[in-house]
Design a protein around this ligand. Structure first.
Ligand code: AHR
Length: 487
């Protein structure tokens, strides 16, 4: 079957902020310890950073890294994690069990972000933590010197302030699994106090409020109440299923959440006379359904890579509202990178992220996809009846497009969800001029394939005829097409 994709470089959605390709690392299982941080390993540098992991993350050009949790943060006392490593206390870990050794703390995190070239994004403990502790943490990071905590940083060998801009006001505070969870009313009162006090200390700080799914009662109360105090409103989404179609189509629930939040945040901004509504941070998202213990060491199949490619397309298509998104997580725990004592390997979900980062920049633009569609399967409708009921039909091909900053090229990412080869006719208003570079990920049709290195990447250069490209995309594949635009 044929799908016609028409990219309109003049219909801009908005600038594609690179923060949609952000990451998240938590003190959970082997994400930090034995993942990105392993002092004593032959693969680690003098700071204890696994260089093989760092290299793979650098390839992903992670622009912003959220830390230290997740559920973990709601009983994390940051001051335990500074000072001489051998003097740091070990504490009970309430979210995932075991003990937290505190050998990786704020200084190590900042050093890691710098090594990676990522902005730090610190989530505050609103569970067992106090406002005073949070103020101390911001002081430690952002005050140049001359105060108790800024001097502690300087004494530790870090004379310059860290300048941490992004601060999360708690993690999933609505959930009973969260240490110190709250009602929406309690959270609004607490987060209001925190945001005001923290901003007084660090006026340049940018705050992220703790939202839920985007469509819950919590969101309808919390988003308007905090709209004037925060830059971003956070939501989380995890989906996944053994059922191929459910797995691939569930990410569209994120589009539902974005749509609802656009309305809620716009209404709040209008009613409160704000110059700009807060934007959305999808600061945890991923495919996750196989594991619930054991450090969440999910082994991903190729169909999960297609779902991840769909999520990323959704964030690009909605980048006027989604300012930040953080893949949860980056190493070992539900992650694209898995470590062994001797290597760091890439799971299938690594690859669509890599192609997105390599392909998209500049401005997200409209693309019209005209072709066969598919309805949400019964499994998905039964599982999430109220969320999925009226979603769909969905294109057999899912697409997102951008035009480079200099206007010379367009990029298109395409998930072909069909179990057969699909013909695509690619066109751009104004025309395509010259050959199109095509990079395609497949697993030979074996969508259940979970072999960590089993994804095949093929590259070709395709000729256009009269400014159009006709191409067959393999069954169950993810592709990046880069094309020069006619002047
Ligand atoms: O990423 C794993 C967990 O999922 C996080 O700790 C929590 O925020 C979410 O529920």
């Amino acid at each position: 079957m044929t799908t016609k994709v028409t990219v309109n470089p003049r219909r801009a959605i908005g600038p594609l902020g690179k923060r949609v390709y952000g990451g998240f690392v938590e003190h959970l299982g082997r994400c930090i310890y034995g993942g990105l941080y392993e002092p004593g390993s032959a693969l680690s540098d003098e700071r204890g950073f696994r260089t093989d992991v760092l290299d793979l993350l650098r390839d992903l050009r992670v622009p912003v890294l959220r830390w230290p949790g997740g559920n973990f943060v709601s009983n994390y006392h940051w001051a335990d994690g500074i000072g001489p490593v051998q003097e740091r206390p070990s504490r009970p870990e309430l979210a995932w069990g075991g003990a937290e050794p505190n050998t990786f703390g704020t200084d190590e995190f900042i050093a890691y972000c710098r090594a990676l070239g990522a902005e730090p994004y610190i989530c505050l403990n609103m569970g067992t933590g106090t406002l005073e502790e949070a103020l101390n943490w911001v002081e430690y990071c952002n005050v140049p010197g001359g105060t108790t905590w800024s001097e502690r940083r300087r004494e530790g060998g870090h004379p310059e302030p860290y300048g941490v801009e992004w601060w999360g006001l708690g993690n999933e505070m609505y959930g009973d699994w969260q240490t110190g969870s709250m009602s929406a009313e309690e959270y609004i009162a607490e987060a209001t106090r925190w945001a005001r006090a923290l901003r007084a200390l660090s006026p340049g700080a940018r705050f992220v409020a703790c939202g839920e799914s985007g469509w819950s009662e919590w969101d309808l109360k919390v988003a308007p109440a905090l709209a004037s105090l925060v830059e971003l409103y956070s939501v989380h989404i995890y989906t996944g299923s053994e059922d191929y179609w459910s797995n691939l189509l569930a990410p569209h629930m994120a589009e539902r959440a974005i749509g609802i939040l656009k309305g809620v945040l716009s209404q709040a901004a209008y009613a409160q006379g704000l110059s700009r509504p807060p934007r959305i941070a999808y600061d945890e998202w991923n495919v996750w359904f196989r594991t619930n213990g054991g450090g969440l060491e999910e082994r991903y199949a190729f169909q999960d890579a297609l779902a991840v490619g769909t999520y990323l397309n959704i964030f690009v298509r909605n980048c006027d509202w989604v300012e930040m998104a953080n893949l949860a997580q980056m190493v070992n725990a539900i992650a694209p990178i898995v470590t062994t004592p001797t290597a760091a390997v890439r799971q299938p979900i690594y690859h669509p992220l890599l192609l997105h980062v390599q392909g998209h920049e500049g401005t997200a633009v409209d693309c019209f996809v005209d072709g066969p569609t598919v309805e949400a399967p019964e499994e998905l409708r039964t599982r999430w009846p109220h969320r999925v009921r009226d979603l769909g039909p969905f294109g057999l091909l899912d697409c997102a497009s951008t035009v480079s900053s200099d206007g010379s090229h367009m990029a298109l990412t395409v998930v072909n969800r069909s179990s057969s080869q699909e013909r695509v006719v690619l066109d751009a208003i104004g025309g395509i001029e010259g050959p199109v570079e095509v990079t395609t990920l497949t697993a030979g049709g074996r969508t259940e394939l979970a072999d960590v290195e089993g994804v095949v990447t093929t590259r070709s250069s395709e000729r256009t005829v009269e400014g159009r490209l006709e191409l067959d995309l393999p069954a169950s594949s993810f592709s990046l097409l880069r094309a020069p635009l006619a002047g």
